[in-house]
Each structure stands twice: as C-alpha cells, then as structure tokens.
Ligand binder design. Structure first.
Ligand code: AFD
Ligand code: MN
Ligand code: MN
Length: 430
C-alpha cells in the first residue's frame, strides 16, 4: 500500500529522467576514468537504509515553545503513515525506531499490521525513563537506573524489560537505552556510586535480552542534568558496554559530544573493540540541538562514513552498526527534513565508497599528509547526486523528493483527517 499517489511521483520522474540520465552518464564516465564502476555505487545506494525515529515525525520544540505544524501525526498509527511517505520519497528509510511509552498500544499485532501494509519494519526500541508517566509509583526526578531509591530503579528496569517484550512483538532486535540520569550540583551525586547503581540495574536488563538481541547504550554529556551525567561520554559508555557483555554496545548520537570532538575517531575506537552498536544521526552546532543531518558539518559526517566503509573493507569482526536518525524539526516540515537527512547520510556513505583505500594506506604509510588528505577531499568534493537520484528512480521513489512531496499537497490533505489533538503523544521532545 502507498500513502502518496505513485502516479504523481512517476509523472514527475518522467519529467526529470532525461536530465538525470545525462548527469548520470557524465558522472559514470568521470568515475570510470578512476576505475570506479558507477553501477556498483548505485547498487550500494539502493541497498542503504536508515531508520526513522517515530518521535521525529512530530514537530519538535524547545523548552521555551513548540509551534505545531499542520496535519502532524497524533499517534503512532499516523506516525507510521508519515514514515511511509518518507520512504516512498527517499527509498532509503524502510524502518521505524519506536519510543515507549509514547508509542504504546494495547494491541501490537495491529501496529505490526499497519507497518506491514506499508512494507515498513521495526528496529531498535527506545525506552523512556527520563520523564514520569501519569500515576507512576516512584519518580525519575533524581534519575532512573542510577536513582538512589530502589523503587525508582526497579521501575526503570521493569520498563526496559517491558520494552523488550513490545519490541519482540514488532520484530525488533535491539533496545536503545538513554537515561537522563545525572546531577545539577557539584556534590549532589557520588560519581562512582551512581555508576555502580547504573551498572547493577543495566545488568538486570541485559539478563532479559533474547539471544539474538543487542542492547545499545547512548551517552550524552549534558541535559536534562547540567553538571554531570552518568553516561556522559564514550568512555563511560564503552566501560558499561564491556562490563555488561558482548550483546551490549555503544550508540553514537552525533549531537551528544562537546563541540569539536573528533567523533570519527570515537567511531574507530568502538569498531576496534567490537563495541559500535549504532548511530543516531543528526547535526549539531552547540550541544544536543538535533539539527538536520549533514546540514552543518557534512565533512564530519563523511569522515564518520570513511571509518565505517574502512571497517567493512577490512572485514572488521562483529561490525554491523544500526543506522538511525534522531532529530528535532522545529521550523521545517518533519517529513521534508527526514527525507533530506536520510539522503544526506546516504550521500556520505556513497562518497566514502569512492575513497581509494589502498592509495590512502600508502599515503599514510609514506607519511604523505597532503596526498592522504586529498584522497579524502577528492571523494568528498564529488557530487554524487545523480547516483542517489538514480537509485531512487529505479525503486520507484522520487528523483526530486521535495518537489514531488510539495506537489502532492500531503499536509493540506492530511490535516483534514488529523484535526489537532491537545493530548497527542510524544511530539516535541528529542
Ligand atoms: C533525547 C536524547 C537522546 C535520545 C532521544 C530519544 O538526547 O538523543 O535518543 O531523546 O530517547 O533527545
Ligand atoms: Mn539520540
Ligand atoms: Mn539527543
């Protein structure tokens, strides 16, 4: 089943096709001069998939305000509909990452049916112990898995175990845990004791993982706790992952580092020690600002993919990271941002594939800094748009996603079926 009018996309594609074919042929010729077959890259682009976070489909906001968009989804079923649109346009987002309890439903088979009808899969399940739910018996005000109070810790453990159960019903294979635990005042929290409590709680969750599941830990240096967080960086993250066992890995959210951190190097270290679980892609200027992927630091995103493609090239063991977006769209239509962002991540991947690895290694071994950096820059500077567009065209997605989307008038049409609901779940917090 399709959400957008497939004929409309096809009509637009036919209009764009002749230009695309010319651009594609020209790029193919250029690449072949360097011994690269364009079809291989197009194949790789067609296979590339990145998950959409269910919560990213709602208009985001800040702690100051949220300005709701027209026709935004009010529940998980409508979020699935928007995820279908994103995939129909981009051709590279065939899965959804859910967030509980925001996306909780009493009948998971109904949810599964809805996603199946659009050909969408469910991937990593996100737990939420950073806010209290109505009627909750113990509070997360002072943390969840690391709370000094046993009742709060137990609640948080149980919630994560419940999330695994929900995920099993949806066919997911991993649990992503990010906690807001930390402190706002020096002295408020004993660093070591808090980490010990966190680990003891996480052990209980780990025990509940099915054999074929992974647990992914997400670090973040600040917010909602502003002085310290329990899993503040990749150091604490990998320590926890190593402590818990082989099924526990680290998840890198690009926005969760101090400005100027060398994230690609963190990625390399995690790969080396078989601890790279996955990514939350977004871009960041100051902190966890959840800007659109590649909108500000496309070279950094490319350098991250340079590490990922390198790991693949060198057949690194246990290397199978999960790709997800995690963004907040405060001033754009979330569908447009998510389509664009997915394609920007795919773009970084394809560019990284163009790097001549053997040439790079020999420049590195010869300590030729200039040629090594040119090897990367040359790949980055190449415009691979025709490859991405051709991959989309061949699977019936849109050559020009934003033009087709706007022509479809989706928000206007949808807003009639989705009158604003003040009790709508889970939009705005990321
Ligand atoms: C918050 C956190 C983190 C997490 C997301 C969903 O900063 O990025 O992945 O919420 O739980 O944004
Ligand atoms: Mn995240
Ligand atoms: Mn975040």
């Amino acid at each position: 089943m399709k959400r957008l009018n497939a004929e409309l996309i096809e009509e637009h594609n036919q209009h764009e096709l002749a230009d695309l074919e010319r651009d594609y042929a020209a790029l193919g010729e250029k690449l072949s001069r360097n011994g690269i077959a364009i079809e291989k890259l197009t194949q790789a682009a067609a296979e590339f998939q990145i998950a959409v976070p269910s919560w990213g489909t709602g208009t985001g906001g800040t702690r100051f305000a949220r300005f709701p968009g027209e026709g935004e989804p009010r529940n998980i079923f409508e979020k699935i509909e928007d995820c279908a649109v994103i995939n129909e346009l981009s051709g590279c987002t065939d899965s959804i990452s859910p967030h509980f309890p925001w996306d909780w439903v009493s009948d998971f088979s109904e949810l599964k049916q809805a996603s199946d009808s659009y050909g969408l899969k469910w991937v990593s399940v996100n737990s939420n112990t950073f806010q209290d739910q109505p009627g909750q018996t113990a509070t997360y005000k002072y943390g969840s898995l690391s709370n000094t109070q046993k009742a709060s810790r137990e609640l948080a453990i149980q919630h994560n175990l419940d999330c695994i159960e929900y995920g099993k019903q949806l066919g997911a294979k991993s649990l992503t845990v990010w906690v807001g635990d930390g402190s706002n005042h020096p002295g408020q929290q004993h660093f070591q004791r808090a980490f010990e409590r966190y680990l003891a709680s996480a052990e209980e969750i780990y025990k509940g993982l099915p054999d074929d599941w992974e647990m992914h830990l997400e670090h973040k240096m600040f917010e909602p706790a502003f002085y310290s967080t329990v899993i503040q960086d990749w150091g604490s993250n990998i320590l926890a992952a190593m402590h818990l066992g082989p099924k526990c890995k680290s998840l890198v959210d690009l926005g969760h580092h101090a400005p100027n951190t060398n994230i690609e190097m963190i990625v390399s270290r995690l790969i080396q020690f078989k601890k790279l679980g996955g990514f939350h892609f977004n871009d960041s200027k100051y902190g966890d600002d959840d800007l659109d992927s590649g909108s500000l630091h496309p070279y950094q995103q490319f350098l991250i993919f340079n590490e990922l493609v390198d790991a693949d090239y060198r057949n690194q063991p246990e290397f199978n990271p999960a790709y997800m977006l995690d963004q907040s769209h405060n001033v754009t239509d979330p569908i447009e941002s998510l389509v664009n962002s997915a394609i920007e991540v795919q773009r970084s991947y394809i560019k990284a594939l163009i790097v001549d690895r053997e040439a790079l290694y020999s420049h590195q071994d010869a300590n030729d800094a200039m040629m090594a950096s040119c090897e990367l820059k040359n790949a980055f500077n190449l415009d691979v748009s025709p490859i991405l567009a051709m991959a989309r065209y061949r699977k019936g997605a849109a050559i020009e996603p934003l033009i087709s989307y706007r022509a479809a008038n989706y928000r206007k049409t949808t807003s009639k079926a989705r009158p604003r609901d003040p009790n709508a779940s889970g939009s705005g917090i990321v």
